[in-house]
Design a protein around this ligand. Structure first.
Ligand code: ZN
Ligand code: ZN
Length: 103
């Protein structure tokens, strides 16, 4: 549960998060993605300004990029303890690209 902090990414992270993350519109034009970090499983929240990308999901990992798709870089922001994390930082260091598509 307490992985050491490591800035790392993996294809599986994006795949996992596409399945486990849920998006909620918290105000017009902004959604909050919430789900467990694919690396450390800590719950994390990612606010995303979507503009016209109102509704999710979203994640089409096989399709060629559609005009309505955008890719959002996401980094783990869980509140778990991860040995070796830089002073003042949060999360385990995992990062990946989340694909958002308008519906
Ligand atoms: Zn994490
Ligand atoms: Zn964590």
């Amino acid at each position: 549960m307490c992985e050491a902090y490591d800035e790392t990414t993996h294809d599986d992270y994006a795949r996992d998060a596409a399945v486990t993350f849920a998006a909620t519109e918290i105000r017009p034009g902004t959604v909050e993605l919430a789900g467990p970090c694919p690396r450390c499983r800590g719950l994390m929240y990612v606010p995303v300004v979507t503009g016209t990308y109102k509704s999710l999901p979203l994640f089409r990992r096989t399709a060629a990029p559609a005009p309505a798709e955008r890719v959002e870089p996401v980094i783990c922001t869980c509140e778990g303890e991860h040995p070796g994390s830089p002073e003042g930082s949060v999360g385990c260091g995992a990062y990946w690209l989340l694909r958002l598509t308008a519906s």
